[in-house]
Design a protein around this ligand. Sequence first.
Ligand code: C2E
Ligand code: CA
Ligand code: CA
Length: 629
Amino acid sequence: MNIVSQMCAIAVMFVIMYFYISQKKIILHTSKAFVEVWIAGLLSLFSDIFALVAIEKRSGYPHTATNIICKLYLWTVTWVAMVAFWYICVDIFRKKELERKWRKRLWIFGILTDILIMVVPIKIYDSDNIVYTYGPAVIITYAVTVILLALILMLTKKYSQAINPRRRKSMQVWVALMFISAVIQFIDKKILIVSFASVIGVLILFIMLENPMANIDRDTGFFNLNALFEYMKEAYGQGNDVSIVCIRYGSNENDFFTREMEKSIFYEVVSFINKLPDNYVFRSSANEYLLVFENTDCAEKTIGILERRFDKPWGGDNMTMLFGEIYYLRSTELVRRPSDILGLFQYAKRNRAEFTGRGVMLINNEVIEHIYDENSVENEIIEALRDNRVEVFYQPIYNTKTHKFTSAEALVRIRSREGNIIPPGRFIAVAEKRGLILRLGERVFEIVCRFIVQHDIHAMGIEYIECNLSVVQCAYDHLAQDFIAIMEKYHVDANDIVLEITESASITEKKILLDNMNALRKVGVRFALDDFGTGQSNLSYIVDMPIDIVKFDRGMTNAYFDNGKGKPVMDAAMGMIQKLKLEIVSEGIEEKEQLAKLDELGIDYIQGYYFSKPRNAAEFISFIESNNT
Ligand code: C2E
Ligand code: CA
Ligand code: CA
């Protein structure tokens, strides 16, 4: 009797369980299924040995007793296949009800096959030291096992999206292993390797999937993001609502730390967080932790503790102040997908100032909706760029000297998939925030260039087209180069282009903007200062920047007619602008009286709904053709 391989396998099983139990872990459904796989594997090994012993000693016992013991082993072989099948099901059926339904089916199937194995005959072969069983019971066992293995393969294929790719791979390797060993054992009945193969399978699962170390952050001993994702996936599947507190800390800018100090403070914070009760801690980046609570009250209590602690100093000398930013997601119920959670916190961090100054930032429904809204706008922009649904409308600009429309402003639109027009107010800010404005701006400029060459605008009386630049574009150091390349590509005369800029706040931005402007001016592009009269408009800007045109904002023009402070401000501005020999465009003119007054004041250009709303290319052309002749 040769049971060496089985004994080795049992030893391996216990080593696996030792490592499994001794490590910190989150108990997920898949971990429970893994324990079941382990138990079935171990039972299979023991009953294998037991059966071999029973066969050897069968002369002293009744025939049926030996047969039953052999059949018990066959049971355990099918059990291993069943729990392996279940292990993959758990990952696929994240929903409680679905899981229950399938578990019940599997039980029925198991009991039926076990009864069948018990009632059909089994034969024992034993001679020349070679022992094995055969007959109908063995065939049924093989058949059931093969069916289950095939089902596992099928499921991993069919639900390849839902299953973690590592899990899919390891399961496939295991199935292949079981399959090969079963075939070998079937062909050569002397080689008893099926139960050994199943142990190797358990080992693969452990190493690839269930090793708790894979979910631990090495520096802190907390869980890592992989663990968070697994945990959240399960919480969603089971319909469990949890609260998450994110704590991000750091030192104040002016503080200087040595490496040792930094390390000691790091461990001080880690051990403090470690002592907080009732939660799982996940490390999400260097100085940031996510604390997951199943109970909202505990979460809120902990926020209080954190706030108080970060009001006090840290470090061996008790001298170091750290800032602690807290973000609180009260309920994950508000979040649509578990994979959205990290993005949510990231967004909250980036936009903290927008929502709260100090203290705890609550990620409530409003914030979440805002983020989802931004995401959908972002997708809309990406798809519009991809599917060529970016359009440009043109608003005619009236020249008070010639009484003709001599220019136009290009205004971007997105045509939704359904064919509706989305205005720039809806997507420009998002494009700026999500890093899409450069691509979008280039696209707009290309469309404008194409428009200029495709329709002979000069023949229509249009001298140039004004195109808006975002502050992000202005602060992009390749802007001039890119725009010049586009003009060359379409053979557009740079004199046909006026770029509208707005004031940029920072000095570095202004420096790059100036470089861009100078490079573009060299080839003949001119510039207009847009939105003059809004916010922090600065007269010195007009003097500093190499511009040709100033555009008075609608608000400024309206203020002028409201007889308030608007009038003297505009008069002063106009005096200065005219002295500098710059031209003025008044925007947002809706009424005839406004037009007459502005004309009288000597404003060079008028733009507004009074003449026309922005129009698409074809409508713009027909408007110009009928009004400029
Ligand atoms: P803006 O540059 O100040 O453009 C003028 C806006 O005022 C346009 O809105 C125009 O339709 C609107 N408008 C013109 N006349 C009147 C009027 O008489 N009454 C009223 N109530 N509104 C009038 P639009 O097209 O929705 O554009 C809004 C803003 O989006 C623009 O303001 C500009 O800041 C931005 N934008 C538009 N196109 C682009 C673009 O291609 N790139 C960039 N970066 N921003 C753009
Ligand atoms: Ca503009
Ligand atoms: Ca404007």
